[in-house]
Design a protein around this ligand. Structure first.
Ligand code: OSB
Ligand code: MG
Length: 371
């Protein structure tokens, strides 16, 4: 029996972050998130679009998602019978780019399928290797190194297994040196979000001294070749994030030895089918993966947890507790992290948490129903 959606409800919600988040491309104080609800015979499946508020991480942003879903994605999937959610991506693969818009909707199809099957999402996607996933945190650029050190101390005390800090030219070598002086033993990594070029190779080579687990996406968002040149000169493993939008990109990056680790983000690879394909290519080639985050609400976070149960997610991811981002999450219970730095995988159907419908509706700034 196939899966056929008779209604799509888009919601644009606005959620204030507990603390601003700063990357090499700027600060975010509140999130504008598009949620996708799919209905099939009275059952709902939910997905979250992981695009940011501005087209800085990639070309997508909250404003591009809305028309793309309404005009180009929904008409292709409404009332269309899919043999499996694995077919959904192909139905919109003629669209160039816009993976996050397509991926948010694709993820909702998997959640819907899980609910129709009355099973947890991790089972529907073929995961379930582990009952707890290992968590790290991503800490944004701070106003001072002291503040950064303090934040790291707080996250370590909470149990998180690895610390990722954001870097950019001018907030890099000296900052990491101070972090290493204070925390010589921790699992530490740095994410540059494409803030460097090959011209800065010498500066990046200085980071080898700090035995980082990896440096994430140092060079341009769309340049695998330069990363191969850089990786040959660095001892520190490169992890690609922005560059990997498909299994084909992963295959090319591995072939060129442009990285030794890959971060998988559901939205960036257009949903679970893309994520699984990247995961599999990496597994075949001995490249470990971990689950990245995009400051998701509880829905996206829960999807990331399910994804992280696939076997090759062997490194701690950026999936962390709801409370690090939200005073109140739109799911219940909120996602919690144990003192060992793990999240227990839910056995409840679908993405595994209840929706806090009252709060969710309270956050809605626009809505569109398509049928
Ligand atoms: O590169 O991983 C990234 C947040 C926004 C945009 C890009 C990135 C990030 C993060 C946050 O690092 C990870 C999280 O959700 O905690
Ligand atoms: Mg990153």
């Amino acid at each position: 029996m196939g899966i056929k959606v008779d209604r799509i409800i888009l919601r644009h919600i606005r959620m204030p972050l507990v603390h601003f988040f700063e990357t090499s491309f700027g600060r975010t104080y509140e999130r504008d998130i598009i949620l996708v609800e799919l209905n099939a015979d009275g059952i709902s499946g939910w997905g979250e679009v992981t695009a940011g508020e501005n087209p800085f991480y990639n070309e997508e942003w909250t404003g591009s998602i809305w028309p793309l879903l309404i005009h180009h994605v929904s008409p292709r999937v409404l009332n269309y019978e899919f043999a499996s959610p694995a077919e959904v991506g192909k139905r919109t693969s003629h669209i160039r780019g816009h993976n996050m818009a397509r991926g948010g909707l694709e993820a909702a199809f998997w959640d819907l399928q899980a609910r129709i099957n009355n099973e947890p999402l991790w089972k529907t996607i073929g995961g379930g290797t582990r009952k707890e996933i290992a968590c790290g945190v991503s800490i944004g650029i701070q106003d001072s190194v002291e503040q950064l050190l303090e934040k790291i101390a707080v996250e370590l005390a909470a149990g998180y297994q690895r610390i990722k800090i954001k870097i950019k030219p001018g907030w890099d070598v000296d900052v990491i040196r101070r972090v290493r002086e204070r925390f010589p033993e921790i699992k530490l990594m740095a994410d540059a979000n494409s803030a460097y070029t090959l011209q800065e190779t010498d500066r990046l080579k200085k980071l080898d001294e700090f035995y980082l687990m990896m440096i994430e996406q140092p060079l341009a968002h769309d340049d695998i070749i330069d990363h191969a040149v850089l990786q040959a000169k660095l001892q520190t493993p490169i992890c690609l994030d922005e560059c990997i939008r498909s299994a084909h990109h992963a295959e090319q990056a591995i072939r060129l030895q442009a990285c030794r680790i890959i971060n998988i983000k559901l939205g960036r690879v257009a949903g679970f089918a893309g994520a699984k394909a990247v995961h599999d290519i990496c597994a075949e080639n001995g490249i470990p993966v971990w689950c990245g985050g995009m400051l998701e609400s509880g829905i996206g976070r829960a999807h990331n947890i399910a994804l992280s149960t696939l076997p090759n997610f062997v490194l701690p991811g950026d999936v962390s507790a709801s409370r690090r981002y939200w005073k109140r999450d739109i799911i219940s219970p909120a996602i919690e992290v144990s003192t060992k730095g793990t999240i227990l995988v839910s056995d409840q159907p679908g993405f595994g948490y209840e929706l806090d419908t009252d709060y969710l509706e309270h956050l809605v700034v626009r809505r569109e129903t398509l049928q």
